[in-house]
Ligand binder design. Structure first.
Ligand code: ZN
Length: 113
């Protein structure tokens, strides 16, 4: 295992640990961050379209322009959770871009591209 991979795994481990603490979930509530980012600028960081604050009911398809919280660098590209969560790494993205980027990352990890 090379150093980069090890750092990535460490970041994931820390991430899981933090997310298992209910108080931390509250503090870092994704919804709160999303609302804050949306208020600052409702445009998608990647494609520039105006996003919509919307919570689709469970089982319902998420519209492509739904506002989501995205990270410029994913968990494997950062050395620590704090770097992952740093304000300069957190952006508002439309669901379409967020999903597409995750799919691309997934393909990369699986060496499909
Ligand atoms: Zn977008």
């Amino acid at each position: 295992m090379d150093e980069e991979e090890e750092l990535g795994l460490e970041a994931v481990r820390q991430w899981k640990e933090i997310n298992q603490s209910p108080s931390t979930i509250n503090r870092y509530s994704v919804k709160r961050v999303r609302r804050k980012l949306f208020r600052e600028d409702p445009h998608c960081y990647w494609c520039g379209r105006i996003t919509v604050l919307f919570d689709p009911p469970i089982g319902q398809r998420t519209p492509g322009d739904t506002a989501t919280v995205d990270h410029i660098k994913d968990r494997r590209q950062v050395a620590s959770v704090s770097e992952y969560r740093a304000p300069e790494n957190v952006v508002l993205a439309c669901y379409g871009c967020n999903k597409r980027r995750n799919d691309i990352e997934q393909d990369r990890r699986e060496n499909k591209i």
